[in-house]
Ligand binder design. Structure first.
Ligand code: SF4
Length: 475
């Protein structure tokens, strides 16, 4: 059977503000994971429109398309194209799960939720010529999932070909997050067996890994065993975790020992009213500065995530957030305009209040205002968002943030990482054009290599005081 798997480009990937490098980071791991359930005899063509031109002139028997909110209209067009040619088309992903009725007319079958249980079932039904219209995931497990078909990934087109996911979902329930909608109807957070995760890591070449898990430290027992198993593997890795997991116990030290060198942290907002609006309980009354200092003391760089436009935000929120990031040496910042994705509690609340001003999903790219704001106007919000990016990544601010680290190696690491990411667009574009992106991996591994931290003592005292205070934290 001829199978075509497609990740259509997000709409913003074609906007004038598009940074090609931002969309050439990670291969389509979800599709490669599903491909593992196909037969060895199947002829599979996996295409990612972010990094290559789609070939739509072929005649596959089965087409599988992954749908996000801002590629939805494009995905539907591609689906209609292939259905008109007689192919069997299936659609799945976050947007299909949120709005199955919208997606259904463009597909022969739709998939709701993760596909590990439903996709193999579909394949059996398809072979028996009795596929269903809707497949809804209910049995959530990562036990005995077949190895990801990484042979289908064109590694040279990506900066981070070694992306990996060892858990699904997250133990938290932030109101703006897709997670609850996607995992509704079954377990919302589950992990691989530790040995399976280690085996997957072992299969990846080179040293660098990027864990794309929503919350790598979300299950302390699993993460502790994983990091224990990774010690001695000589890996350097990046991942994401919450503020409270950084402050709790000594998991973050174990992660650093295993090779964690940079962490995406969802700070989102400094306002407790905003945290309550977002149901982000895990950040409430947490000491962000302690979390930052703890990461710095372990030589871990920080990618801070911040949301603008929550109801308690005012005109000063942009400057406050940028100044805080620079002052506390946040390595890179990711800013978002609050976006109420359909299916989330935030969307439902706003819809109830009559605050959703457009349902043009192309605009839901976290750069545009799609709802009625409260503390500041839509114009102030969008302008403030762009101002924050520009300000945070001015050379003088990058220098200022870098130079506050205690060791020279940490200063340099910060400078190379933040400057390299934001200030050399022409070099990235050249590497993309010449299909040489993954040749930069040795340089990335060098920047992420272990540094000697001069404030270990500081780290120990932070650890102790946090362990004491963690007794009274949530859970
Ligand atoms: S912590 Fe992150 S992944 Fe988990 S629910 Fe909140 S936003 Fe989503």
């Amino acid at each position: 059977m001829k199978v075509k798997m497609i990740l259509p480009a997000l709409t913003e990937a074609e906007s004038p503000f598009w940074r090609p490098i931002k969309y050439s980071l990670f291969p389509p791991l979800g599709l490669a994971t599903l491909a593992a359930y196909l037969s060895e005899d199947d002829e599979i063509d996996l295409q990612d429109q972010h990094v290559e031109k789609l070939n739509l002139d072929d005649d596959p028997d089965l087409v599988i398309i992954q749908v996000y909110i801002t590629n939805a209209y494009r995905a539907y067009k591609i689906a209609d194209h292939y259905r008109a040619k007689g192919a069997y088309v299936i659609l799945g992903g976050l947007h299909v799960t949120s709005l199955p009725l919208e997606a259904a007319p463009h597909a022969d079958s739709i998939f709701i939720g993760p596909g590990e249980d439903t996709f193999p079932k579909f394949l059996t039904d398809f072979k028996n010529r009795a596929p269903q219209k809707t497949y809804r995931s209910t049995d959530r497990t990562l036990e005995k999932i077949p190895p990801i078909r990484r042979d289908l990934i064109k590694r040279n087109l990506y900066l981070v070909p070694n992306s990996i996911v060892v858990t699904r979902g997250c133990p938290h329930h932030c109101s703006f997050c897709y997670k609850d909608a996607f995992f509704e109807g079954g377990r919302t957070f589950y992990t691989q067996e530790v040995d399976d995760a280690l085996a997957e890591i072992d299969r990846l070449p080179g040293r660098h890994l990027y864990f794309l898990d929503d919350h790598l430290l979300g299950n302390a027992k699993f993460a502790g065993c994983l990091f224990e198993g990774m010690k001695g593997m000589n890996r350097v890795f990046q991942g994401a975790a919450t503020v409270d997991s950084i402050l709790r116990g000594n998991l973050i030290e174990k992660a650093a020992d295993a090779g964690l060198r940079s962490l995406f942290v969802g700070f989102e907002t400094f306002s407790s009213l905003n945290l309550k609006q977002s149901n982000k309980k895990q950040n409430l009354e947490k000491d962000y500065i302690k979390a930052v200092n703890r990461l710095h003391s372990l030589g871990i760089m920080i990618n801070g995530s911040f949301v603008f436009g929550l109801d308690d935000d005012d005109k000063d929120v942009f400057k406050r957030t940028v100044d805080w990031g620079v002052k506390h040496s946040i390595t890179t910042s990711t800013y978002h305009v609050l976006t109420p994705y359909p299916g989330t509690a935030l969307f439902q609340n706003m819809e109830r209040q009559g605050r959703i001003i457009t349902k043009n999903w192309d605009l839901y790219d976290t750069r545009k205002v799609v709802y009625q704001t409260i503390g500041l106007t839509a114009e102030e919000l969008e302008n403030g968002y762009w101002w924050a990016y520009e300000e945070f990544y001015r050379w003088n601010n990058i220098f200022k943030a870098s130079m506050q680290h205690s060791s020279y190696s940490h200063k340099l690491k910060h400078l190379f990482y933040a400057g390299g990411w934001k200030k050399f667009e022409a070099v990235w574009n050249f590497l993309i054009k010449t299909k040489n992106l993954n040749n930069t991996l040795p340089a990335l591994e060098t920047v992420l290599s272990k540094i000697k931290c001069t404030n270990k003592q500081n780290s120990a005292s932070v650890t102790n005081s946090l362990e004491e205070s963690s007794i009274s934290t949530i859970y």
